[in-house]
Write a protein that binds this ligand. Structure first.
Ligand code: FES
Ligand code: FES
Length: 217
């Protein structure tokens, strides 16, 4: 097929000429770009934030783009909170902020100035377990354990919500039983996925702490 144009140009000469023109037009931009000194580090933006984590005050200079989960895990080495999906679908990263459960992968740390954050490490210790931690142990509420910190924090937050939004440290002292059906409990805990499917044992553990063990209302 003859690809010559009526001006005597071939398809090839048009493309080559065009490419050269584009390169020439781009050249001044490349020449005008600021040279980066060899070995120069990129400056990360920093923002100060003060918050309490597991009862301890922290004043931190952080990248404003960092999530609360990454702050906890990567900078403070509180690795109990897990990163499962990193976009709000599994609940493995659940922590308590001012007594309310949240997915820490979905929130920026800088938004929590002055907040009280409680992670699984702050709920209890091996020799002094939170009642919810003890119930998960006694009911075998875990298998691989990856979802467990999030399940426990979420369960504590859920009972707090049902008792009128009590802060997490108050729910350590068991108060009035919370009465609700297994169906409601499953719905309220549906943001926490267990890939080992330990749900019956998880529900039994939560029900014990709710003070209505064995009840099916
Ligand atoms: S890691 Fe946050 S919801 Fe999955
Ligand atoms: S215990 Fe394995 S994911 Fe829940």
């Amino acid at each position: 097929m003859n690809s010559e144009t009526h001006d005597g140009y071939t398809r090839r000469t048009v493309l080559v000429t065009g490419a050269a023109g584009v390169a020439a037009a781009a050249l001044p931009l490349a020449v005008n770009a600021e040279p980066v000194a060899p070995g120069a580090a990129m400056q990360e933006p920093r923002t100060e934030v003060r918050l309490r984590i597991n009862g301890e005050p922290h004043a931190l200079a952080i990248d404003p783009r960092v999530t609360l989960l990454d702050l906890l895990r990567e900078q403070l080495h509180l690795t109990g909170s897990k990163k499962g999906c990193d976009h709000g679908q599994c609940g493995a990263c659940t922590v308590l902020v001012n007594g309310r459960r949240i997915n820490s992968c979905l929130t920026l740390a800088v938004l929590h100035e002055g907040d009280e954050v409680t992670t699984i490490e702050g709920l209890g210790a091996p020799k002094k377990l939170h009642p919810m931690q003890a119930a998960f142990v006694s009911h075998d509420g875990y298998q691989c354990g990856y979802c467990t910190p999030g399940q426990i924090c979420s369960a504590v937050g859920m009972l707090g919500e049902m008792r009128g939004g009590m802060p997490s440290h108050v729910t350590r002292d068991l108060v009035a039983p919370v009465v609700f059906s297994d169906e409601e409990m499953r719905e309220r805990m549906s943001g926490n996925i267990c890939r080992c499917a330990g749900y019956p044992n998880i529900i039994a553990a939560i029900r014990e702490v709710a003070g209505t063990a064995g009840a099916r209302t």
